[in-house]
Design a protein around this ligand. Sequence first.
Ligand code: DAK
Length: 258
Amino acid sequence: MADYENLLVETHDAVTLVRLNRPQALNALDTATLRDLIAAFAAYDADAGQRCLVLTGSEKAFAAGADIKEMADQGFAAMYDSNFFGGYEQVTATRKPWIAAVSGYALGGGCELAMMADFIIAADSAKFGQPEIKLGVTPGMGGSQRLARLIGRAKAMEMCLTGRMMDAAEAERSGLAARVVPAADLVAEALKTAATIAGMGPLAAMATKEMVHAADEMGLAQGIRFERRLFHGLFGSEDQKEGMAAFVAKRPANWTGR
Ligand code: DAK
């Protein structure tokens, strides 16, 4: 397995577990960490044996934001020229499912990275926020857009304008987190959920992800047509034949991803 500067990567059968590991900066997302994330997600996507991924941080912090110390002296030309943060589009381009397991602080870029996941499982200790306004900037990794889609404009606007933190219970109530679990069980619960997803047909899992994300981009009629075409397409797969035959024969399906 590749060596990463700021990540620890393990595999648990068909599930990849990626831990942000920059404890001295509460996992603040610097350029080296982004480079690692791009490589780890690309390796996951390319590995046919891996079928779900969990991204987590430490107990204290999923990630306390983009690295403020790295950004502080940057000017417009350098930010624009390097398309600063543009690399996160390579993370969101991951075609296979992944879960963010959030404990402690998920602030600024940390909250934005968690929202790039297909869904979030939060520890009861999780604290989400977009405090960039306190630094004289705004969200820059998709926070204003994804937060508004996930929790609605009123709460997104309030969070981004005041920089206040949202606790795990409010995050679940608002649609930011799919589920809240005790902090001590976070990684085990996320791995269990990931193992469930990893046990599904990989083509169906990828198509599911693609169609649910399409709901952010398309109108209802277009989205429903897109869903139906992907659904039709799966009838060209061996997994559809196998899944339905296994149901009829009352046995577990043996997926091949073909
Ligand atoms: N960046 C760099 N270092 C950080 C950091 C961060 N985001 N967050 C924490 N650290 C470092 C601290 O500086 C400290 O380092 P030392 O002083 O020990 O060297 C160490 O991590 C431990 O942090 P604290 O001592 O502060 O720990 P506490 O428990 O007291 O406080 C905290 C925890 C999470 C409340 C606090 O650390 C905090 O407020 N952190 C900053 C949170 C924040 O503001 N996050 C948003 C970051 S800005 C852009 C648009 C926007 C942005 C960028 C670009 N464009 C349009 C391109 C901004 C994005 C952001 O994410």
